[in-house]
Design a protein around this ligand. Structure first.
Ligand code: NI
Length: 173
């Protein structure tokens, strides 16, 4: 089932999400919905907060091949180490349609998380995946990529999004 993605500006996107206590069928159904919504958008990462659920849940798929999907389900992800070396990617976000900016982040990170089966795991990520994980974990803490930009740039993007939202509402009406 496709879920509705919340678009910035929206106070929900600024909330801090709560850890999930147990992984059950309801959790797995929600994550499947999130994955479907992400593929449909299309995007490479989505946090539960972006569909209005304030839990620490993330889905990611950075695989290039459309045929061979490699979904990653991260429950209660926690970054336990980041490298001093950084990298820069042009980031976008499904909650900020049409907006992109170059963001510098640690090039590598080590992550602790619970997987789809409820098993505690650890992984090391680099490249695009490392950036994507950090972007998604930020969402769980109410942080958006535009928060790393100058106030001027950030205000400009928010202004555009407000205009975009009004246009969408006009079409619906
Ligand atoms: Ni995002």
């Amino acid at each position: 089932m496709l879920r509705k993605i919340i678009i910035e500006p929206d106070p929900v996107l600024r909330k801090k999400c709560d850890p999930l206590e147990k992984v059950d069928d309801q959790t797995r159904k929600l994550m499947k919905d999130m994955l479907e919504t992400m593929y449909n958008a299309p995007g490479i990462g989505l946090a539960a907060i972006q569909v209005g659920i304030l839990k620490r849940l993330v889905v990611i798929d950075v695989s290039k091949d459309q045929e061979k999907k490699e979904p990653l389900f991260l429950i209660n992800p926690e970054i336990i180490h980041t490298s001093n070396k950084t990298s820069i990617y042009e980031e976008g976000c499904l909650s900020l349609p049409g907006q992109f900016a170059e963001i510098e982040r640690p090039a590598e990170c080590v992550l602790k998380y619970v997987d789809y089966q409820g098993i505690q795991k650890e992984m090391k990520a680099e490249g695009l995946l490392a950036t994507c994980i950090q972007h998604e974990v930020d969402h769980l803490n109410g942080i958006l990529f535009i928060d790393y930009l100058s106030k001027l740039k950030k205000d400009m993007i928010i202004k555009k999004l407000v205009k975009h939202k009004k246009e969408i509402e006009r079409v619906i009406v």
